[in-house]
Design a protein around this ligand. Structure first.
Ligand SMILES: Nc1nc2c(c(=O)[nH]1)N[C@H]1C(S)=C(S)[C@@H](COP(=O)(O)O)O[C@H]1N2
Ligand SMILES: [Mo]
Length: 337
């Protein structure tokens, strides 16, 4: 993100596909292209799920995901009048430093990540700590599709259809004690499969850590995602389990989670440790508080090309003020950036 000190103007237009198009496959169903389209779909997908998004690359969904997917509550929350970012852009323009610092590195390198078997540890201030195989961990939760804006602190944005479940449902299961004030998330640490963790480039103290205040985690918009675009998460997007908090800068949405801890003190997060004056704990999207090195008033919505830069005004809390502003009454958002 900032290790290479990019400026807001540092837009690698060649990284994105200017002419990428988004088209619901629904409109193709029954048409001449339907047969071709269907062949590129995940093997488990029913015709209905198959028709949901265009140009979705086939995945290899774990059995638990394939079983749960048909029960998904589709478009439980969505955005109005904003096009969904093409699958190709959402999966080839990524930040996942464990796999390299260039936007194309995660797509190129994350194939080495082994997501099955996967286990998640729940610990800290909870009545029910434990280590769970992911398929058991997921059992209590009904999947929901949430179409959210994603705003990176680097001033680009996308609209992504996630599949996941609210963190509040997890907290109900694990029962935080009265001492729990924050929730801390930890990414896998595995230098064997994550080239970024073995590079000499030593700014980041792995594993990647993020956190939320408990009331933020309880907000209905905060989810743990296991899928996107009607399929399981591609590795580069944080398979098999990642956080999504749409009113905060993207770096809060930690990927490939192996440990979730309820804690009494505010966790020290990865980006805070690297540059506390640039990346705060809150990291709420805020067009009126600039990053020390660039403005946050505007963003580039991907796909964005040289001749159609697709710049838009950034919205307070990324457009989710109605849902989340009350969490911050009385808090100085200039100090608590
Ligand atoms: N473990 C881990 N999680 C991470 C990152 C990372 O480098 N490592 N990058 C963050 C940043 S800066 C952003 S913008 C989002 C990008 O998510 P996406 O690639 O799925 O769009 O992931 C976040 N989660
Ligand atoms: Mo980001």
């Amino acid at each position: 993100m900032l290790i290479k000190l990019p400026k807001a103007s540092d837009c690698h237009e060649s990284d994105v596909t200017p002419e990428s198009f988004y088209l619901s496959r629904r409109s193709l169903l029954g048409g001449a292209l339907a047969g071709i389209a269907a062949s590129s779909l995940p093997r488990w997908a029913s015709a209905d799920e198959a028709s949901r998004y265009a140009d979705v690359e086939a995945g290899r969904a774990p059995a638990w995901f394939a079983e749960k997917l048909p029960g998904t509550k589709w478009q439980a929350i969505t955005v109005k009048d904003e096009a969904i970012t093409p699958f190709k852009d959402a999966t080839h323009y990524n930040n996942f430093y464990e796999f390299g610092t260039d936007k194309g590195d995660p797509a190129a390198n994350a194939g080495s990540l082994k997501t099955e078997p996967w286990s998640v540890v729940i610990d800290g201030e909870v009545a029910k700590p434990g280590r769970y195989a992911l398929e058991d961990f997921m059992k209590p939760y009904q999947l929901e599709e949430r179409i959210y804006r994603l705003r990176c602190v680097e001033a680009w944005s996308m609209v992504i259809p996630w599949i996941g479940f609210p963190i509040s449902a997890l907290l109900k299961q694990v029962e935080p004690t009265s001492k729990a004030k924050y929730i801390r998330f930890e990414t896998l640490q595995d230098p064997k499969s994550m080239p970024g963790q073995r590079s000499s480039f030593g700014l980041i103290d792995w594993p990647y850590i993020e956190g939320l205040r408990l009331d933020e985690a309880m907000n209905p918009l905060a989810i743990l995602a296991v899928g996107m675009y009607g399929r399981e998460l591609p590795n580069q997007n944080g398979a098999p389990l990642r956080l999504v908090v749409p009113w905060k800068y993207g770096f809060k949405s930690v990927k490939s989670i192996v440990r979730i801890s309820l804690v009494s003190e505010q966790p020290k997060t990865t980006w805070q440790s690297i540059a506390a004056d640039e990346y705060g704990f809150y990291a709420n999207v805020n067009p009126t508080v600039d990053h020390p090195r660039w403005t946050q008033a505007r963003e580039r919505r991907l796909p964005s090309g040289l001749f159609s830069p697709n710049v838009r005004e950034t919205q307070m809390f990324n457009g989710y003020s109605d849902e989340v502003a009350a969490l911050y009454t009385g808090l100085d958002l200039r100090k608590n950036y």
